[in-house]
Ligand binder design. Structure first.
Ligand code: KG4
Ligand code: ZN
Length: 338
């Protein structure tokens, strides 16, 4: 069974062919131009998807040595994300599906990340704890099967990636700032400055990162009023990265221990963070917990994870996908404030 999957929920136009056992192609076109605005401009994102999508889908078919005739199913991200961006991918997929008379599987982007460590790691088995950390989400799940999972923790405000990006902006770094902070932190001292570890001591699995951002803002205003960080930017980056990494790794380990689960998966853009990968892997193994991470090409937004999950969903319940009665939904997952 060959699946053509399309993902356009944010600022990456992505397409992939998945054949049940392996990813045959994984093509991504990233909209780097948002960098000059310091963040994503939704209106420009949807226009750029419209320009790119046809070429990206063709490229995914060519790279997989397939044509539309040899594809059995289509899959597309329909939630959550930027409304206009979601509409471009889902309309394109719906058009192909009608023209070629193939079933279309609507997929939730977060669910795509949730299972993405399973694409390459055959040893990752249910149940596992899954941490999705991206620019839009920070969420902890207990995952029991491809159709059953429970949300046990959510961010109340900013997502971890959003915190990296907003703090990076304060440091004068380009958008998205996460990878820049990761790089600068490699030659910095993570213990030089003590930033808060929000909600770490609370007895739940929710997150909150907006206070950390404010605390870094005040710290910078007080100590670097001219925004002249010099080489100290390495120590600042390492210290604030350590605060974020400590919170998300400790909460994930606590969730596994509390629920007596011995496997953790991390996914989403922030799971590309080198310090998070090392520290969580080290701390988890001290507790006898195994850590699974997607291959780096499936960490950031991609369509391979959408095709992978669609193949599992379709196989379980093919009768659910005989019409096109889905709509797009932009609303992110957030914890309720008390
Ligand atoms: O999953 P993703 O590609 O898109 C969303 O669904 O949001 O994640 C993008 C986020 C951005 O906030 C970016 O700064 C962050 O992932 N990110 C990183 C790293 N690489 C990407 N954050 C920290 N360290 C990294 N190496
Ligand atoms: Zn994502």
């Amino acid at each position: 069974m060959k699946i053509l999957a399309i993902e356009t929920s944010c600022d990456d136009t992505a397409a992939s062919v998945y054949d049940d056992l392996q990813v045959l192609s994984n093509v991504i076109s990233s909209q780097y131009f948002h960098s000059k605005y310091g963040g994503i401009i939704p209106e420009l994102a949807s226009r750029a998807h419209l320009t790119a999508i046809s070429e990206i889908v063709s490229q995914a078919l060519v790279n997989a040595s397939q044509s539309m005739e040899s594809i059995d199913l289509l899959a597309v991200t329909v939630e959550p994300g930027l409304q206009g961006s979601l509409v471009v991918g889902s309309s394109f997929a719906k058009g192909l599906s009608i023209k070629y008379n193939k079933p279309l599987i609507p997929i939730n982007h977060i669910e795509g990340h949730l299972y993405s460590s399973m694409i390459d790691n055959k040893e990752l088995k249910f149940p596992f704890v899954s941490l999705v950390v991206s620019g839009g989400h920070t969420a902890l799940f207990l995952v029991y099967s491809f159709s059953e999972y429970k949300v046990i923790g959510l961010t109340k405000d900013d997502a971890a990636g959003e915190a990296f990006d907003k703090i990076a902006k304060l440091l004068g770094l380009p958008y998205p700032g996460g990878p820049h902070i990761d790089e600068l932190a490699k030659s910095g001292n993570p213990n030089k400055y003590k930033f808060p570890r929000p909600m770490l001591s609370e007895n739940n699995f929710d997150f909150s990162f907006s206070g950390l951002k404010t605390s870094v803002r005040y710290f910078l205003q007080k100590n670097f009023p001219l925004n002249d960080f010099g080489t100290e930017i390495h120590n600042i980056s390492a210290s604030l990265q350590e605060a974020i990494v400590d919170v998300i790794s400790q909460k994930s380990i606590n969730a596994a221990l509390k629920h007596n689960i011995s496997q953790i998966s991390i996914s989403g853009g922030v799971s590309a963070n080198s310090r998070l990968r090392n520290k969580l892997s080290e701390n988890a193994s001290k507790k006898g917990i195994q850590l699974f991470m997607p291959n780096l090409s499936y960490c950031l937004d991609n369509a391979a994870m959408i095709g992978f999950l669609a193949s599992k969903k379709y196989k379980a319940k093919p009768a659910d996908y005989v019409d096109y009665s889905f709509t797009v939904n932009s609303k992110p997952l957030r914890a309720k404030s008390k």
